[in-house]
Write a protein that binds this ligand. Sequence first.
Ligand code: AKG
Ligand code: FE2
Length: 316
Amino acid sequence: MDSKPRLRLPTVDFSKTVLKTGTHEWDSVKLQVKVALEEYGCFEAIYDKVPTDLHKAVYSSLEELFDLPLSTKLKSKSTNPAGHGYIGQYPSVPLYESMGINDAINIENVESLASIMWPEKGNANFCKTITSFAQQMSELDQIVRRMVLESLGVEKYYEEHIESTNYHMRVMKYEGPKTSDTKVGLTPHTDKSTVTILSQNQVNGLEVQSKDGTWIDAKISPNSFIVVIGDAFFAWTNGRIHCPNHRVMMTGEKTRYSTGLFSNPKAGYILKTPEELLDEEHPLLFKPFDHSEFMSFFFTAEGQSCESALKTYCGV
Ligand SMILES: O=C(O)CCC(=O)C(=O)O
Ligand SMILES: [Fe+2]
């Protein structure tokens, strides 16, 4: 018997009309985004600007990628810094494999991965599919970030926010455990990004923790995305929006493919909470920091074992 309460993540519909800042529709969606992010740090985004065919093409591209021999997939590791390239074969998460692509909205970066994976002639179809999907997800990321900044009255920082962004993409495969027991696909964590936009094939498994500790199943409709706030945005907004723990739990036979577009502050950019978000009720939570240095700390033994890498690294 399933004893979990049937909570659902909030849903925000971005698809009805052309969303333009300043319009009534924009303001109404913006309010829903604010409420969802304050409470859950997460929501399901209905976003029909990405065609169904592109969603389908992404998951068949991922199947093609992860079906390559392990020795080929491992070749993407050495040429990339930490967090990029192939991750997999971990005893703690045996169902999980993933591939990181840095700056995936620029096709040359996807091509450089493809030239390692398919050394004979690359894979033009894979590169086109992944890049256009990443570009379209980045548009949703920018809408969400503009709405958050406007809601907090700090939209004057929007250009700086966008210009200092690097879009990192990670594509994932979770093998079905082929038992009726639920097995861990990916252990609980918060993302280190500003915003993460997730998508999946039609196999569920993502769970998001509410503030009271309940795990909520993210049942994602076809062509929807899940928007998750990461540590970087939590820090920048001085904790005004929540940054949720999430994990992947797998059951049954089916393989789950998912993608994540992580908007990260660029190396060398100092992320600093705006003064407008500081007052007596809201004292500074995190000292200014360089996100890439924070990531380096996160990959150390201490960063991996402490309760919150963000608090340990730059908490006040
Ligand atoms: O596969 C998913 O849906 C979630 C992946 C995730 O949380 C991550 O890569 O940070
Ligand atoms: Fe995550």
